[in-house]
Design a protein around this ligand. Structure first.
Ligand SMILES: [Zn+2]
Length: 256
């Protein structure tokens, strides 16, 4: 992966990524944002469907904005008063593989976070992944790295250090399986039969996942995943999502 976002984001701004936009009534839009300071929130952009100036080309999914928000007495939605476009990431809308990966990134943030629960580290991870994709980063790799770090930030880091029952990690105990229910690995000696929901995982993928967990975000691009290891990783993350979120995220269908 190249061209990842290494520059620090401008300080003192109300930074926000557009996760979702939908029309509301004759002239308004409801914009779901992931903001650096306030976390996820739904806002209403009054007149956005008609206005030729204020919001033109700004309220598009994936865009990085500097926003002015106000609370409203009459509604639980915040009012989006102004938006300055900091990064439009056009490649994410023009190239289909980039679009699919960016859609999944936003869907993950939408479902893994709660309203008004801010996490600057997660915000920075999201903009890192979006800008990496926008400058040509490979979709599946970006998703895998983003997701591994997302779980860590949110406190759901799976354990790949060894079998949860005997503690061992060795080729003699293979094949290992990942159990979403137990949040870790079980070896073939301790659990020879497939249990519900568990997923086979090769030793090579286990080792790569451990490295990815331990590497800093800006060093992740050094890791090389074979195609097989990448697909195994994505299958594992997808299964973990559906177990913990109790829903299927639609965008996974287009990626693996
Ligand atoms: Zn074991």
């Amino acid at each position: 992966m190249h061209g990842l976002f290494h520059q620090p984001l401008p300080p003192g701004q109300n930074l926000a990524v557009v996760l979702q936009v939908r029309d509301h009534g004759e002239s308004d839009k409801i914009v779901t944002l992931y903001t650096r300071g306030l976390g996820k929130l739904a806002s209403i952009a009054k007149g956005a469907k008609r206005s030729k100036k204020r919001f033109v080309n700004k309220l598009e999914p994936f865009s990085l904005l500097n926003v002015q928000l106000a609370t409203s007495r009459s509604s639980s939605l915040m009012r989006l008063d102004e938006a300055e476009l900091l990064a439009p990431y056009p490649a994410l809308r023009q190239e289909y593989p980039q679009y699919l990966a960016a859609t999944l990134l936003c869907e993950l943030v939408l479902h893994w976070t709660r309203e008004h629960d801010s996490d600057a580290e997660l915000f920075d991870l999201l903009t890192w992944a979006l800008s990496g994709l926008a400058s040509g980063g490979e979709g599946r790799r970006t998703i895998a790295f983003f997701h591994i770090k997302l779980l860590e930030i949110l406190g759901y880091r799976p354990s790949f250090d060894g079998c949860l029952d005997c503690g061992m990690l060795s080729a003699q105990k293979a094949p290992y399986r990942f159990s979403p229910l137990r949040n870790g690995l079980v070896c073939n000696s301790c659990e020879p039969a497939f249990s519900a929901n568990s997923l086979p995982i090769s030793m090579q993928t286990v080792q790569l996942l451990r490295k990815a967990q331990d590497l800093a975000q800006d060093k992740l691009e050094r890791l090389r995943f074979s195609k097989g290891a990448l697909l195994e990783t994505l299958a594992l993350l997808r299964r973990y999502d559906s177990h913990l979120l109790q829903r299927e995220l639609q965008s996974w269908n287009f990626l693996c």
